[in-house]
Design a binder for this molecule. Structure first.
Ligand code: PLP
Length: 401
């Protein structure tokens, strides 16, 4: 993997890359001038403004090339959450204006940015249908197509789940939705939350067949507070941030030039390296899983056994609370999460695991380990040694209580 990463310290072992990643040195370097000498507003009509605007447009072209899109189809945002909110609310409202339709289709295991955006629209009369998933967190193309209706304005299906890592058959879903829409004489846009996949899967919007795609910079070595929304050129969209008309009237507000430059640099590198990333992350994950299972045979791997993100290991340990396990591992220098970092402030069993039919007593004992190619075998072996110690101690405490 990239020579440019600094060698990780032996401790802590950071295994929370689904929550956030370190900014890549190449991205940081590309960004720096736009905090200092090249700080001008890209809308300004002077030389400094022109240079900032050029940098922004170069970043847009880079992102568009990675996605197989046109530069004008790329909107820079403040992150995954904003991209998803804009996609769902912006398309649903525009489609409703055009056709009066009110039906939004999604799944039970989406990120809360998707589910809460859709629920928000229910207050304004939209009808949100949340499709069930199977025990692996999969939804089939047939199930999505069968749920498409005359009044469907948007379908939103996550590319890969941020908790268990299951990857949906997205291009099959896209073909099935297109077919179902054609049979109704309609055009029904498909949005995907692709926030977790940039390091390991293709983002080619033509190959995937999606109409809208959301990304977040800090999940692939870019800066926090940066995101992308791809909007296919003919998809109706109402802007969610009104003001000066930046981003071709789709997202007003002075653009984050350093952020866009850093995000574009990181995205290009992440996509160029994704096969190497996947192979290395998978090898590390397999070593970790085999090692943990050797000492904790009752550990359960959640999500699909093969259709999964290569760097995601999501485990449940009977008789153990996920939060307590995260604390115990943190105490020995292992940083990971009990589920999704975004929801862990309010501890409740994961809606994803419950939707997959994981029993409540197991769902509360979940641990998400998300790897990175810079992790060493020695660090993996340290984790393999520490997890069983922590699990057994917590299981013993639960029995004595
Ligand atoms: N969607 C998924 C699948 C995520 O994993 C996350 C963050 O964890 C988000 C959306 C939100 O992204 P952001 O943190 O950039 O707002």
């Amino acid at each position: 993997m990239p020579q440019s990463y600094p060698a990780p310290l032996a401790l802590p072992v950071y295994l929370d890359h689904a929550a956030s990643t370190q900014v890549r040195p190449e991205a940081l370097e590309a960004m720096l001038p736009f905090f200092t000498a090249e700080f001008a507003n890209p809308s300004a009509h002077h030389e400094g403004g022109r240079r900032a605007s050029e940098a922004l447009e170069r970043a847009r072209e880079t992102v568009a090339a990675v996605l197989g899109a046109l530069p004008e189809e790329i909107v820079f945002t403040s992150g995954g959450t904003e991209s998803i909110n804009a996609a769902i609310k912006g398309v649903a409202q525009a489609q409703n204006d055009a056709s009066g339709g009110r039906h939004i289709l999604t799944t039970e295991i989406e990120h809360h940015a998707v589910l809460h955006s859709a629920q928000f629209l229910e207050r304004f009369g939209f009808d949100v249908e949340v499709l069930p998933v199977d025990e692996y967190g999969l939804v089939t193309a047939e199930a999505v197509a069968a749920a498409v209706r005359e009044d469907t304005v948007l379908v939103s299906i996550g590319y890969a789940n941020n908790e268990v890592g299951t990857v949906q058959p997205l291009s099959e879903i896209a073909s099935a939705v297109r077919e179902a829409a054609r049979a109704l004489g309609r055009r029904i846009p498909l949005h995907t939350d692709a926030v977790q996949v940039a390091t390991s899967l293709t983002l080619d919007v033509e190959a995937l067949g999606v109409d809208l795609l959301s990304l977040s910079g800090h999940k692939f070595g870019g800066p926090k507070g940066t995101g992308i929304l791809y909007i296919r050129r003919d998809v109706p969209f109402l802007e969610q941030a009104s003001g000066g008309g930046q981003e071709r009237q789709r997202r007003s507000g002075t653009e984050n030039v350093p952020g866009a430059v850093g995000l574009a640099t990181a995205l290009q590198l992440a996509q160029a390296e994704r096969e190497v990333f996947g192979a290395r992350a998978l090898a590390l994950g397999e070593r970790m899983l085999a090692g943990v299972r050797a000492s904790c045979p009752d550990a359960r791997l959640n999500g699909h056994p093969t259709q999964r993100l290569p760097h995601n290991l999501h485990l449940c340990f009977p008789g153990v609370e996920g939060e307590a396990l995260v604390d115990a591992l943190n105490a020995v220098g292992i940083e990971c999460s009990a589920g999704a970092a975004c929801t862990s402030a309010t501890w409740e069993p994961s809606h994803v695991l419950l939707a997959m039919g994981v029993p409540l007593e197991l769902a509360i004992g979940s641990l998400r380990l998300t790897l990175w190619p810079t992790i060493t075998e020695a660090q993996v072996d340290y984790v393999i040694a520490q997890i069983p110690l922590a699990v057994k101690q917590l299981q013993a405490q639960a029995i004595t209580i």
